[in-house]
Design a protein. Structure first.
Length: 316
């Protein structure tokens, strides 16, 4: 059984209590359901792909991170090229915002089925905007933003992405592996100056989590993509997750059962997120301000109703 355990518990004392609690939760799940999380030991390069949906004005921000092995994507690459040949012969981009397009709608389920061939974890976190900062105080984030001449809100977004990356790397990466972070053409990496800033901040944050030494770390955006849309399609996976989750959270209050109904344009993607088929594990976390007003962070794992719209049987 021990060889089926994939998650390494967080041990670096520099991480926050919320991150320790989250890591412990992942460890308990790994023991209860061995083999569900990805085994990335054979990867020479760990790749993390990220996307963000929503804003402070929207009630929630959703951060979605896909962690996998850059050299473990052969099956997915073959499958997604077959999907493109069958459904997207004009080589159009794939993203959640563009799902009003009927051609993309027909391609969605085959595209998601191909994503299930990825050995990895799709980790999405919805953060209630009442939580102004979840890593340190707002003053600390503002001071860091002032140091690098960033807007505080943009710095908070960067720190959230980097801290979640640190958590995933501490749990699933191994000594000597290289790291590559792939982002869409986000405002966080909008200029060469911001990219240089991110490089320095990234190193400091990741060192708060890692108890082992990794190889060279780098990052790039989907601007590097070639005509085969490899990087664009990889980035589309957390984009679809973040977009669908955010749209559904805006519909109404979250049920006390923490099982989210699926309806409307987001339903096919959310039902896919609620399934656990293939090699891709999927987890969705909600972070809110505790109702007692005493500070800290309330964490809840959410699930999505996987029943089809015409199914009347309630989910168990």
């Amino acid at each position: 059984m021990a060889e089926d355990l994939r998650w390494r518990a967080l041990s670096n004392i520099l991480a926050s209590k919320a991150m320790f609690d989250l890591s412990d939760s992942m460890s308990r799940e790994d023991v209860a359901f061995p083999g569900r999380l990805p085994d990335l030991r054979q990867a020479r390069t760990v790749q993390i792909v990220t996307d963000i949906s929503g804003s402070r004005q929207d009630g929630y921000e959703v951060y979605s991170l896909l962690i996998t092995g850059r050299d473990l994507l052969h099956e997915w690459d073959e499958e997604r090229l077959a999907v493109r040949a069958a459904y997207l012969p004009d080589n159009r981009r794939f993203s959640y915002k563009q799902l009003n397009d009927k051609i993309r709608q027909r391609a969605l389920l085959p595209f998601l089925a191909a994503a299930d061939r990825i050995p990895g974890l799709l980790f999405s976190v919805a953060i209630e905007t009442q939580l102004r900062s979840i890593f340190g105080s707002s003053d600390e984030v503002a001071a860091l933003a002032n140091r690098f001449k960033w807007k505080p809100q943009m710095m908070e977004r960067l720190l959230r992405l980097l801290h979640f990356q640190g958590l995933l790397l501490a749990g699933l990466s191994h000594s000597g592996q290289k790291l590559l972070w792939l982002s869409d053409q986000d405002a966080i990496l909008a200029t060469p100056k911001m990219s240089r800033d991110v490089e320095g901040i990234m190193s400091g944050v990741l060192n708060m989590y890692l108890s082992h030494r990794m190889g060279r770390a780098g990052f790039m955006t989907t601007a590097i993509d070639q005509n085969d849309r490899h990087h664009e399609d990889l980035a589309a996976i957390p984009d679809l997750s973040a977009g669908a989750c955010f749209e559904q959270l805006r519909v109404g209050p979250i049920p006390a059962t923490r099982r989210i109904p699926t309806q409307g344009r987001s339903a096919p993607t959310l039902r896919w997120l609620g399934s656990q088929a293939g090699s891709l594990a999927k987890r969705f976390l909600l972070l809110t301000a505790p109702k007692d007003g005493l500070g800290g962070v309330q964490m809840d794992w959410l699930k999505f109703d996987t029943s089809s719209p015409d199914e009347n049987t309630p989910a168990i």
